[in-house]
Write a protein that binds this ligand. Sequence first.
Ligand code: IFM
Length: 467
Amino acid sequence: MTASGINEATLRRLRPDFLWGAATAAYQVEGAVAEDGRGTSIWDTFSHTPGRTLNGDTGDLAADHYHRYPEDIELMASHGMGAYRFSIAWPRIVPDGAGAVNQRGLDHYSRLVDALLDRGVEPMATLFHWDLPQALEERGGWYARDTAHRFADYAEIVLAALGDRVPKWLTLNEPWTVVGQGYSRGVHAPGHRDYHTAGTAIHHLLLGHGEALARFRAIEAEGAEMGITLSMALPRPWSRRPADVAAARLLDGEQNRVYLDPLFRGSYPPDLAELFPTLFDDAIVRPGDLTVISEPIDYLGVNYYLNHLVAADPAVPVLGARQIHPEGPMMSAGIAAVPEGIRECLVRIRDEYRDLPLYVTEMGASLHDYVDPTGRVRDTARIDYLRTTVESISNAVADGVDVRGLYVWSLLDNLEWELGYSIRFGLFFVDYGTQRRIPKDSARWYRSLISEHAELTRDRADRGPSW
Ligand code: IFM
């Protein structure tokens, strides 16, 4: 057994160049919302609207990563991390969503990328992690087809500036969360609560993805690759009753298949026609759209948090289904911590969709961490969660799935959207009053895991890749 508590054979199974990283998103960590010409995003508007976020928390200051990124990169490097997944704030680049480009925004990310490369940390950039320019929301947001075209324009600007130095790109982060929380359930920005029209937002997000991918292919950034990150859920029926089985199937459609099917099969799942009628409306899904959306990606990013049982419940509007949080310890966000489920998600993609390279672009545990009187953050539950995560990824590799990296959510404690700063996901504790970063026990554990893996796979790395 190794110091990380993961047995050697399990760690050896992961490729020598397996990427060990951490992830963040612009609005959750950057702060500096009024600096260097940044425009307003829907999350500025939403978080400043009374009653929308817990305690009225906003991303105005967040973890001040906009200014403190050199220190944060140093933390990654000194903890052995070889990769950083961050997102680019669209309103920093095109403040009004269309038209004038803000060079100061591009310069910021250019400096960030150079600083990462200097420290040997590979950048992975997400183009859209939910901070839509407010100006585009006022023109219909993702209900409007034009937003997809504007997204592609913005992507092209960023790719032209950074495509030579950023080897890994993601178009969208978790379109399910954007739509499920922001358009259907109304708990995220922009706060719409309408399943009936949510399909339109799904389609335009995916169209934006496809058009951005086409621009990327046209640029031919050498050595760079592009994918998309989906959040995969594991909804299972509460019982074998046909009504529960059908309810779980519906949630699987709403959370997984409605994104996977168009991306990999070029069609929307017919069983979702009642839930998302506009996905079957020719005025919304126009000829050729699904061809654009299903153009092959270089890899898929998978985020995994949700594992729940589903029971039919006619009292629940629209879905007629209730989620029951199951077995296992609960994390503080009310999310059941069942990290083993990642194996099933990864295998499913290979078996039901396509055998392509996969990156786990987020997995993490939310806890009520605190600094104890000795100055330590003893987040044992997060270490257990991450240990099981790594073992489960290795099991998927044993099943023959091509998994190439893990980006822990999150590098730093940050703004957990509508839950504000009430819960913490970071490997590094952020004392928000002083912005001091304190490595949690999990950060030290991650460092030892990364060095054990390097040690165990050194021979194979010296012989060169065998894949
Ligand atoms: O904080 C979020 C992140 O922005 C997207 N994926 C899930 C995380 C935890 O809820």
